[in-house]
Design a protein around this ligand. Structure first.
Ligand SMILES: Cc1ncc(C[n+]2csc(CCOP(=O)(O)OP(=O)(O)O)c2C)c(N)n1
Ligand SMILES: [Mg+2]
Length: 576
């Protein structure tokens, strides 16, 4: 049977396990969509390609099965870009078809002509154009192989004339799934063990590379009497059922994680590529193990850099370690953890009821969400609440645009998560700015029958940025959002709408909303003046807020300062 190059590419993707492709069809993509329509791969018809790329990334990341996205030539494939960056920065395997105008017109400044090799070279692990239709299988296999092995987006630039060409497809290239065991050699591990043996205040800092290593981390902590801090991306893998956990450091972190990192004299960094050097310990000996040797010592000077995956590295290291008996540092850090927990619990309380605190809302979601729920959070204040107030348990997942830091990620990621796990509860904690940015894809929820739950943190502002401005001592500017009634918008597009304006009703509303059998949106009018406290309050933070307060008063914006003092006990508890 004769096949087009597009059909061959799709056949290869099927053989690599691809189940979903997301995008918007059109002109140069028509032979690809035709091939998909005849295959076992499902096309998910989104309204904006960026949403498609975000969703495909979330699908691939959570399911561990390759997913893809595609766009028509020119602006169609250009729209994918932010979601492709997301996958690239988060090291998520992803297939991308950027369809292209026909080869006869390439290089002639045709309408919609874009040099995608330039556009995608910075955000992919593979980016090649099909130059001859007979290359189709070879190219598709190389793309899959690169996505799987280099963990990132692989882009195929596909000119339309080649996509529809009939090919012989005679050479049997195929996709492979290597599962190497990577670990440092014994001499290197011995060196690590010697450094650790000399440590008195040993800490463990676990990153996203620790996925699947939960029990080994606990064994390590137990043997070394070492507290465990973790990066934000490692939350799901490290936090639960972990008596050694002291939480995250960094600006989004908590006091106990920050304290441990500051005070340890020996730090074992495992699969962690935490970017902010100022949060690493100043004088500790640091041993770093990372699956990519190029990442060791990248963020901060270290004592010993080793290459390996966390699981086999720990399996080999653990028997070489001598048990530590001094647990004073662990006890000290766990004391700090208790204090942090008390602070967090205080923030989660409903307060005096005058305003809805977003931490209280997140805590309610935490209480009533399913045991294996997936929660996505928008960049903005939502990400902080998800990281601090949503508890994982080994089954739940949380997903945020942490490395790309993009607004509007949560709802698109929720779409992908729901495709990957149709039977799990998927909740998006969206900003009002974030949701509005890609709001057209609320239509996808109904059209594609994706019963997700969207909570809107309606604080009528680009709040995270507003806070950034205030802590710098600036008067906030251009942060106001004049919002629509989000629940009515939801109703208009076939999604059940809920609204919450009062603390007293919130618990009942959250319960009803989460229990609703179909897609639903809950618009919650949260406190615009909520402070997000860093793990350690510096004089600079306080000085910034004071300067802001003075400026606001002097420029006649007294109401804004009054806002800060709504529910004063809640605010004071955070500052003291
Ligand atoms: C695409 C994009 N545009 C702008 C920014 C800068 N930025 C970061 S957070 C934020 C505000 C987000 O507002 P909203 O979604 O309403 O969340 P809030 O902080 O108010 O809860 C902005 C503008 C960004 N990170 N990404
Ligand atoms: Mg907002």
């Amino acid at each position: 049977m004769s096949k087009t190059a597009a059909e061959v590419i799709i056949e290869v993707f099927e053989s690599a396990g691809v189940k979903h492709f997301y995008g918007v069809i059109g002109d140069t993509l028509n032979y690809v969509s035709d091939a998909i329509s005849k295959s076992s791969i499902e096309w998910v018809h989104v309204r904006h390609e960026e949403v498609g790329a975000f969703a495909a990334g979330a699908d691939s990341f959570l399911s561990g099965t390759l997913a893809g996205c595609a766009g028509s030539c020119g602006p169609g494939s250009l729209h994918l870009i932010n979601g492709v960056y997301e996958a690239h920065r988060s090291r998520i395997p992803l297939l991308v078809i950027a369809s292209q105008i026909d080869t006869m017109s390439l290089g002639t400044d045709m309408p919609q002509e874009i040099d995608f090799s330039k556009v995608y070279s910075d955000c992919s692990v593979f980016c090649e154009q099909l130059h001859n239709a007979e290359q189709a299988r070879h190219l598709a296999v190389r793309a899959c192989q690169a996505a799987i092995s280099k963990q990132g987006p692989a882009v195929i630039i596909l000119p339309v004339d080649l996509s529809k060409a009939i090919v012989k497809d005679e050479i049997a290239y195929s996709v492979h799934f290597p599962k190497p065991i990577r670990r440092p050699n014994d001499a290197e591990l011995k060196e690590a063990a010697n450094i650790i043996a000399a440590g008195k205040k040993i800490g463990i800092y676990a990153g996203a590379g620790s996925e699947g290593a939960h029990d080994l981390l606990i064994d390590l902590a137990k043997k070394l009497k070492a507290p465990i801090a973790h990066t934000s991306r490692a939350k799901d893998f490290v936090e639960y059922a972990n008596p050694y956990n002291v939480g995250m450091t960094g600006l989004l972190g908590v006091h106990s994680g920050f304290h441990m990192m500051n005070e340890c004299d020996t730090l074992i960094l495992l699969g962690a590529d935490f970017a902010w050097g100022q949060f690493y310990p100043k004088h500790a000996k640091i041993i770093q193990i990372d699956r990519e040797g190029a990442r060791v010592g990248k963020r901060h000077p270290i004592t010993l850099g080793l290459e390996g995956d966390v699981i086999p590295s720990l399996e080999a290291l653990l028997p070489m370690l001598t048990e530590h008996s001094d647990d004073s540092f662990l006890k000290e850090c766990l004391e700090e953890r208790k204090k942090t927990e008390t602070t967090l619990a205080g923030e989660e309380s409903p307060g005096d009821g005058s305003v809805i605190h977003p931490q209280y809302l997140t805590n309610l979601i935490n209480q009533y969400a399913d045991e294996d729920a997936i929660l996505t959070g928008d960049v903005g204040s939502a990400m902080v609440w998800v990281l601090r107030h949503f508890q994982t348990n080994g089954k739940r997942r949380s997903l945020i645009s942490l490395r790309n830091g993009s607004m509007a990620n949560a709802m698109p990621m929720a779409l992908g998560a729901k495709k990957a796990f149709p039977n799990r509860q998927v909740i998006s904690l969206s900003g009002d700015g974030g949701l509005a940015m890609l709001m057209g894809d609320l239509l996808t929820i109904d059209q594609e029958n994706l019963p997700i739950k969207i909570v809107v943190l309606n604080n009528s502002s680009l709040n995270f940025v507003e806070l950034e401005m205030k802590t710098e001592g600036l008067l906030n500017s251009f942060t106001d959002l004049k919002n629509p009634n989000f629940s009515k918008i939801a109703e208009a597009v076939g999604i059940k709408g809920f609204e919450a304006t009062k603390t007293a009703d919130l618990e009942q509303t959250v319960k009803e909303f989460l229990a609703y059998p179909g897609a639903a949106l809950l618009d919650v009018h949260t406190n615009r003046y909520e402070l997000i406290m860093p793990p350690d309050i510096t004089e600079k933070n306080v000085a910034g807020m004071v300067t802001y307060g003075m400026k606001a008063l002097l420029s006649g914006r007294a109401k804004d300062v009054e806002g800060l003092m709504k529910d004063p006990m809640h605010t004071l508890k955070k500052l003291l």
